[in-house]
Design a protein around this ligand. Structure first.
Ligand SMILES: [Zn+2]
Length: 160
């Protein structure tokens, strides 16, 4: 799967709910996971690979998460984060994000789940939830920085 880049219009679409929890969905998620790992990303939404499906994946460290038809609630307390996006290569920015979130979603079997989390995973979830609602981090960043590609490669930061 190739990564879709800004300004592709699918990145501006509010994505449609997933209704079928079958082998085809599992295969899509598996392919998304391979693309995310190949690009050293920490998160990836379906529209970033050209699919109109309300789902995203995340891998803050070793553990891999799949969130289908998610709804995210933000807790009040915020902090500033440095953030990048696989769909906007070479651009980094400072964003204000909630420290904690609660996400209601379905798993790959279609079962309803709720996860409360904080830190890096909470941050990835907010970035990806924006994606499935057609928002890019550059829309709300407090400051944007262009990083030359060769410098970016040697950087330990991860985009999502
Ligand atoms: Zn992104």
């Amino acid at each position: 799967m190739d990564i879709v880049h800004d300004p592709d219009e699918i990145l501006r679409k509010k994505l449609s709910p997933v209704t079928k929890f079958n082998a085809s969905l599992r295969k899509i998620v598996d392919e998304m996971k391979k693309s995310m790992i190949a690009h050293e990303g920490v998160g990836l939404s379906a529209n970033q690979v050209g699919l109109d499906m309300s789902l995203f994946i995340a891998r803050p460290k070793e553990k891999f998460y799949v969130f289908v038809n998610p709804h995210v609630e933000l807790f009040e307390e915020t902090d500033l984060k440095e953030e990048g996006c696989l769909s906007i290569p070479g651009t980094w920015g400072i964003t204000r994000r909630a420290k904690k979130v609660r996400i209601t979603y379905q798993n790959l079997e279609g079962k309803k789940r709720i996860l409360s989390t904080e830190g890096f995973l909470a941050h990835i979830i907010q970035h990806e939830y924006d994606h499935i609602n057609g928002t890019l981090f550059t829309d709300n960043a407090l400051e944007l920085l262009d990083v030359p590609v060769n410098q970016e490669e040697s950087n330990e930061k991860n985009a999502n």
